[in-house]
Design a protein around this ligand. Structure first.
Ligand SMILES: [Zn+2]
Length: 327
């Protein structure tokens, strides 16, 4: 743990090899702006203040919690959690900055790293988040977020792919099962004889749903590539993303909407407003079993084209505006 933390500390904050590489690029290209994406993951954050000292504007995009907070944040991590997520987060962070799940508050190195990361992020000319929910969480933990720019969605150009079965209500669950409400979904499907669950991902998905479903109530597709996922999205009536932890911006929601499929999600996902555009009833409580008989009616009555889509070109326009502002 200590060795791992020290190594992370070195790579995130110093990373001499990366610094030398970037210094070479700066000398060769003499940029006026540098765009850092997910600087917490690989690039040493010290580059951000270093660039500012050199007079180079830095645009930073962050699509997670930037190593400041646990990767998986659950509502239970917040002491006063109630159903109003944003109010709750504000309250807890106003009380006391709190290092949560997976971290040890007494660990001086962790505390120091958190402070340094916060300073580096706040040194950026402009820090951009991907969702309002993420902005609330980061802002309340002391990070100055300039604006929120969601990823755009363009409509697919797939040829018509026929449904699997008109008489059945097919639901897709894709990805890793941790904190995505798969158990609740499987329980709901087990009580609804007309529903059928499609699983795309690891064998672990089968282990989980096997506790609730007979083999004829689900189809396991294994790990699919993005093209195969897209085809499957066209064949189902609903994609389930009922996250039970704060999920900054689940990609599967964007994929589902791009291919014209309604999404069932929770207020803990940063892009739940996209599901809400079809019906507010598609954004459900994260701790209760979905009511499939009601959801079927909503999906049946839902428009065939998603309203007010924020396109990829809209996203780029917003980024261009920011780049002009920080010039
Ligand atoms: Zn498509």
């Amino acid at each position: 743990m200590e060795g791992g933390l020290l190594r992370r500390f070195y790579f995130e904050l110093l990373g001499i090899r990366e610094l030398v590489w970037v210094a070479r690029q700066i000398i060769n290209t003499r940029p006026t702006h540098i765009w850092f994406h997910q600087i917490g993951n690989r690039f040493p954050k010290i580059l951000v203040p270093a660039c500012r000292i050199l007079g180079i504007s830095t645009l930073t995009t962050l699509h997670d919690f930037g190593t400041l907070l646990g990767r998986k944040l659950y509502p239970s991590d917040f002491r006063w959690y109630d159903k109003d997520v944003s109010d709750h987060i504000k309250r807890i962070y106003l009380e006391q900055p709190r290092i949560i799940q997976g971290c040890k508050p007494q660990d001086l190195l962790l505390r120091m790293r958190k402070q340094v990361v916060k300073i580096y992020l706040n040194t950026s000319s402009s820090l951009i988040c991907i969702s309002k929910l993420q902005e609330v969480i980061l802002s309340e933990s002391g990070i100055n977020v300039a604006t929120v720019i969601p990823n755009g969605i363009d409509r697919c150009k797939c040829d018509l792919i026929p449904s699997l079965s008109k008489s059945r209500f097919d639901i897709l669950f894709a990805g890793r099962p941790n904190a995505k409400g798969l158990e609740l979904l499987a329980q709901a499907v087990s009580e609804d004889e007309n529903s059928h669950l499609h699983l795309a991902g690891s064998d672990r998905l089968v282990e989980i749903v096997g506790q609730y479903l007979d083999s004829n109530q689900y189809t396991f597709h294994g790990t699919l590539n993005s093209m195969e996922i897209n085809e499957l999205i066209h064949k189902v009536e609903l994609v389930s993303v009922i996250s039970q932890c704060f999920d900054v911006y689940p990609t599967i929601t964007l994929e589902a909407i791009a291919h014209g499929c309604p999404v069932l999600t929770t207020p803990l996902t940063g892009n739940s407003d996209l599901a809400k555009a079809i019906s507010p009833e598609l954004v459900i409580d994260f701790s209760t079993k979905p009511n499939l008989s009601r959801i079927k009616i909503i999906v049946k009555e839902s428009p065939t084209v998603y309203p007010s889509i924020y396109t990829v070109s809209d996203t780029w326009k917003r980024y261009e505006e920011i780049l002009i502002q920080i010039s």
